[in-house]
Design a protein. Structure first.
Length: 211
């Protein structure tokens, strides 16, 4: 009996690129009254939809952010990325060694995905295989994005595996019927149904080259 090759679906922020600090520092830079520490913001908003994050911040502040806030936020994140964005450790080496099909599926807009991968030198590994929640109208933990990716990549959901650092990403992978690998380099709680990995190069052991 033969099995189909696995397709690996990578999250972007916090999985391939070390972007969570910059994404949340932008909130602190733009909202002087936001009285939360950077570490708390990262924990609170990891993997979440931006609109959901803004709703939560407005509830916390007890006031509404300006109508142009999202545009200002995107611009500030882009500046911070240019200044400080790095790939996660061993990301390039792992991607270069993997022999199965790979792609990126993120809650971020395609423009942000492309920018982040270009800055960190990871863009060539994905050859246009970048998928965004904004294209399908579903955000994690809804499985819609991952199900769309499986179809676009030509795989059944059961033949796909997701690598994601966020709770909502793992929940979406499990809901989609995919194997879930939770990237937790610093430890932390493991989502039900997930296999932990502490280093991206662990994937080379889990998905060795055929033959």
């Amino acid at each position: 009996m033969t099995t189909s090759p696995r397709c690996l679906i990578f999250d972007l922020d916090g999985t391939l690129v070390d972007s969570e600090p910059a994404c949340n520092q932008a909130f602190l830079d733009l909202i002087p009254d936001l009285d939360l520490q950077l570490e708390e913001l990262v924990r609170r908003y990891r993997g979440r939809k931006l609109a959901t994050i803004i709703d939560d911040i407005e509830t916390h502040l007890g006031s509404t952010l300006p109508p142009d806030f999202i545009a200002a936020y995107r611009a500030r994140v882009a500046v911070l990325f240019e200044d400080q964005l790095l790939p996660m450790p061993n990301a390039a080496e792992t991607l270069a060694a993997l022999t199965c099909p790979i792609c990126v599926a993120s809650s971020a807009p395609v423009s942000k995905i492309t920018h982040a991968l270009r800055l960190t030198g990871l863009e060539p590994y994905f050859a246009g295989q970048m998928y965004s929640s904004y294209e399908v109208g579903h955000w994690k933990p809804h499985p819609g994005l991952f199900l769309h990716v499986a179809e676009a990549m030509g795989f059944q959901p059961a033949d796909c595996a997701v690598v994601d650092d966020s709770e909502v990403g793992i929940q979406a992978a499990v809901a989609a019927g995919m194997a879930a690998y939770q990237f937790i380099p610093d430890g932390g709680p493991l989502e039900p149904g997930a296999t932990p990995i502490s280093d991206l190069k662990d994937l080379l052991r889990l998905f060795p080259a055929a033959g």
